[in-house]
Design a protein around this ligand. Structure first.
Ligand code: UD1
Length: 365
């Protein structure tokens, strides 16, 4: 069974790492990695390949940045050639970035089966590019691998065949648990991290990520969010690895962060985990961190009005804040209270990748 496993942007790399590693346990599976090049800076891309033990991709499409149309089109043109050369049985895409959409469409039109990992999630907010990517990818996928119950419900409501919807758990959590155990066993030299002196104050700082266009591309929204963050920083210092998009927009709008918010360049997975796992609270607009904080029981405030990952709010540590100053401050207080009631969602046990290959191998027999 020949499989092309596609990744393009930072949140994809954490997902393909355990899928690829697990593929090696299945002798009949020939899995090749395709990197679309949507993310290309060393600390947005190569760092993750090195740390997460992902081999060099068989193909690098070097698509780079651009408008949605330009970026998606470049990926499609280049990936069509790869499909023609490889003639694989399956193209496996993960998540909801532009690379996910581009490669699933190309594969399907080339007559190749599409497997979507992290299928069925819905924010019901079509202003999010990721929501469009999720809906289009699911509209044409053949195999749906789902992380939480809401995903199964959404797919069945949209008329997907029940026998192609597989609730396997979450590959992102496979990666998290694997890397956390390497970190706990001292398999990483984290001495470099001692530069972040705040880390010494275990549990006495907050950890922030912020990059969503709806939060940082509009000056008023961005300013309102930062005024809440500056206030939270009065109580606890905040560590903020800043995404290139966010840095660019903050400079353009002249937005000023409190001196108690430490700006860092984008971090690798391990550095980032090392910092957020002991934070008092994680403040974020990322999809993945909502889930990872739930898996480790760390309080999380999500700076968005909705989430496509409702299980993190229903049983996990996540509290939705919206994007106003008052909303964020209230959610921050609520999240600290919620911690003691949080639980781990079903099947987030580190075995999702294996489950995916078991299904596909069975389908091909
Ligand atoms: C993309 C994903 C988003 C994901 C995020 C994680 C889509 C629609 N969005 O958003 O779902 O949460 O990745 O980071 O696919 N840039 C660099 N270096 C890089 C990559 C990007 O400087 O290596 C800058 C460029 O100015 C670029 C901008 O970041 O124009 C945005 O990059 P892009 O990949 O278009 O979207 P993200 O905001 O990263």
């Amino acid at each position: 069974m020949k499989v092309l496993l596609v990744a393009g942007a930072r949140p994809n790399f954490m997902k393909i790492a355990p899928i690829y590693r697990s593929s090696l346990k299945f002798p009949g599976v020939d899995c090749k990695i395709v990197h679309t090049g949507q993310h290309y800076d060393h600390d947005m891309s190569q760092t993750f390949f090195d740390e997460l033990e992902i081999p060099t991709p068989a193909y690098h499409l070097e698509a780079g940045s651009g408008s949605h149309g330009v970026q998606t089109a470049k990926i499609m043109v280049a990936f069509e050639e790869v499909c023609a050369i490889e003639k694989s049985d399956i193209v496996m895409v993960v998540g909801d970035v532009n690379s996910t959409l581009a490669c699933s469409v190309v594969a399907k039109k080339a007559g190749i089966k599409v497997a979507h990992v992290e299928a069925g999630l819905r924010s019901f907010d079509l202003a999010m590019p990721e929501e469009i990517n999720r809906m289009v990818t699911d509209a044409i996928s053949d195999y749906f691998f789902v992380t939480e119950g809401s995903g199964v419900e959404n797919l069945l409501r949209e008329g997907k065949p029940r026998d192609k919807v597989y609730f396997v758990g979450h590959v992102m959590i496979d990666n998290l648990l694997y890397q956390k155990s390497r970190l706990d066993n001292g398999r990483f030299d984290v001495t470099a991290l001692s530069v972040y002196a705040l880390r010494e104050e275990k549990g006495r700082y907050a950890f922030l990520t912020l990059h969503r266009p709806s939060n940082v591309d509009d000056a008023d929204t961005f300013q309102d969010i930062v005024s809440a963050l500056n206030e939270i920083a009065e109580r606890f210092p905040i560590i903020f690895p800043i995404h290139p998009r966010t840095r660019k927009m903050a400079e353009q709008f002249g937005i000023e962060f409190s001196g108690r918010i430490t700006l860092l360049p984008p971090l690798g997975f391990i550095e980032s985990l090392f910092l957020w796992k002991d934070a008092e609270v994680v403040l974020t607009d990322s999809g993945g961190l909502q889930e990872e904080t739930t898996a480790l029981g760390v309080p999380c405030v999500t700076i968005r009005g909705n989430t496509e990952r409702p299980i993190t709010v229903e049983v996990g540590t996540n509290v939705l804040a919206g994007t106003t100053r008052e909303g964020i401050l209230k959610a921050y207080r609520d999240s600290l209270r919620k911690k003691s009631r949080a639980a781990i969602p079903p099947k987030w046990d580190g075995r999702a990748s294996e489950g995916i290959w078991e299904v596909l191998v069975r389908e091909f027999e």
